[in-house]
Design a protein around this ligand. Structure first.
Ligand code: SDX
Length: 432
């Protein structure tokens, strides 16, 4: 019988000559196991220093699996390309939140619950009216999602599964309504209320664009639904980590989701899709691409090729591939977006350039999505809002998993203190 694999690290602290055995489980060592490594009895013990958590698992999760080197993305084990092609967003949201694809009866109840929670309290309209006409819709979304916590005070009971479930229905159902209201506010248009006979994506497009005899185009409706699926979850990204960290204080999910929307708003995260369109428009034509890429390479990281690169994917983002295919279907209806030609040429040149290849920078989910959104007549500042609509189900699934995880406590990292040692207060008249 071969000896059991030795699933531990033997660590020698050369300061003391002591040897420690650190158990390895799930490909990790527990950071807390390092605290026993001390040079004296009153020594705090070793910590890990990991800014931006580049190599730190913050949780155990069963929701989404990503293999960055192979460009793999699966929700609860199902490959993203199969879900994008064969499923629909509400079904994927059920899968992400409940761990299994719903049968017909489960789906019908789920879809019915969400359909009947799409309205928001009329006071929300008054809140929206307080924003300037040119307020960024992500700023409006952060505020109105957070404000929903004041309409549903029972949401504070985060350990009650029945109450939790109701907030999940409400947040998935209401975020498209808040998003559409923010857009209508910015256009000075009357709000369009939810229509229960429409699909999730169809209802959103209807609330967004309904003027006169507007009819939702089924191809655009399907494209919107697939885009919500592609954005639904992505393991411990910045905004999901924010959702978990804020939720770990046992605050209600509306307040946690407001923080997640805030994190997504950043141009390095969900705001990238908006930044890609602005970048393509600024480049303006294919002949200006070499000069732009030269500027990126010489900027020392200040000027980025937006929509490229990823913390995890060191290969093509599988979502970018699907979105690129989806673009052709949308352009059949809307007409081809001329910026696509610049994007395709940019990708072609960048993927043959040593600077990007050496850094394993490939198109990510945000590189092509904005081209579809623009063709569908969404204003650029709505793009991160569209990302947030799809990601709401992922944020809620991750929040729920955190609430139920016995390993989890309130998030409170340590620090490496490099500041002043103790010193005595100096009165004003004695200061230099
Ligand atoms: C999303 O985490 C997720 O899962 C996020 C997301 C999700 O679904 O939730 O996938 C959604 O946020 C996608 C990413 C959208 N962001 C962008 O497209 C913005 C442009 N990309 C970069 O800012 C960057 O690639 C990040 C933020 C996405 C990742 O940054 P990392 O992992 O911190 O990498 P890094 O900044 O350390 O870069 C490594 C090197 C650096 O160069 P050197 O210092 O080694 O010389 O690559 C360079 C960077 O300067 N680099 C880029 C670049 N991205 C990284 N150079 C030019 N253009 C870029 N886009």
């Amino acid at each position: 019988m071969s000896a059991q694999p030795r699933e531990f690290l033997s660590v020698t602290d050369n300061r003391t000559g002591k040897v420690y055995e650190l158990p390895i489980a799930d490909g990790c060592i527990k950071a807390l196991d390092l605290r026993q490594i001390k040079v004296s009895a009153d020594d705090f013990g070793l910590m890990t220093y990991d800014p931006a958590y580049m190599n730190t698992a913050s949780c155990k999760s069963r929701i989404t699996f990503i293999d960055g080197d192979k460009g793999i993305l699966r929700y609860r084990g199902y490959p993203i390309d199969q879900l994008a092609e064969k499923s629909r967003y509400l079904e994927v949201a059920y899968l992400i939140l409940n761990g299994e694809l719903p049968n017909q009866a489960q789906y019908d109840v789920w879809a019915d619950e969400i359909t009947h929670h799409t309205m928001v309290h009329e006071n929300v309209k008054d809140l929206m009216a307080g924003f300037r006409y040119d307020a960024h819709p992500m700023g409006m979304l952060v505020s109105t999602i957070g404000a929903l916590s004041t309409f549903y005070p029972e949401a504070k009971h985060v350990h009650d599964p029945v109450i939790r479930q109701k907030q999940v229905f409400r947040l998935i159902a209401k975020i498209p309504t808040l998003a559409a209201f923010a857009y209508r506010h910015s256009q000075g248009l009357p709000y369009v209320y939810p229509e229960n006979h429409l699909s999730y994506a169809g209802n959103f497009l209807h609330m967004m664009f309904k003027i006169g005899d507007y009819k939702v185009n089924p191809i655009l409706e399907r494209a919107m639904d697939v885009l919500f699926t592609l954005h639904a979850d992505h393991e411990q990204n910045c905004s999901t980590s924010a959702m978990r960290a804020i939720g770990s204080s046992a605050v209600d999910p509306y307040s946690a989701a407001a923080g997640a929307v805030g994190a997504l708003y950043g141009p390095l995260h969900g705001g990238a899709n908006e930044a890609v369109l602005r970048m393509l428009a600024e480049i303006g034509s294919k002949d200006k691409i070499p000069a732009f890429l030269k500027e990126v390479k010489e900027s020392g990281g200040d000027v980025k090729l937006m929509g490229f690169g990823h913390r995890v994917y060191k290969n093509y983002d599988p979502r970018a591939k699907i979105i690129k295919e989806l673009a052709d279907q949308v352009f059949e209806v809307t007409g081809r977006n001329r910026l696509l030609d610049i994007a395709l040429e940019l990708e072609k040149i960048a993927l043959s350039d040593e600077y990007f290849l050496k850094r394993k920078l490939y198109p990510n989910v945000d590189f092509y999505s904005g081209l579809i959104y623009q063709a569908m007549k969404f204003p650029v500042d709505m793009y991160p809002v569209l990302f947030a609509i799809g990601r709401m189900s992922g944020w809620l699934a991750q929040w729920q998993e955190m609430v139920e995880d016995k390993d989890q406590k309130i998030t409170r990292p340590r620090q490496v203190y490099l500041g002043e040692g103790e010193r005595t207060f100096v009165p004003m008249n004695a200061r230099k």
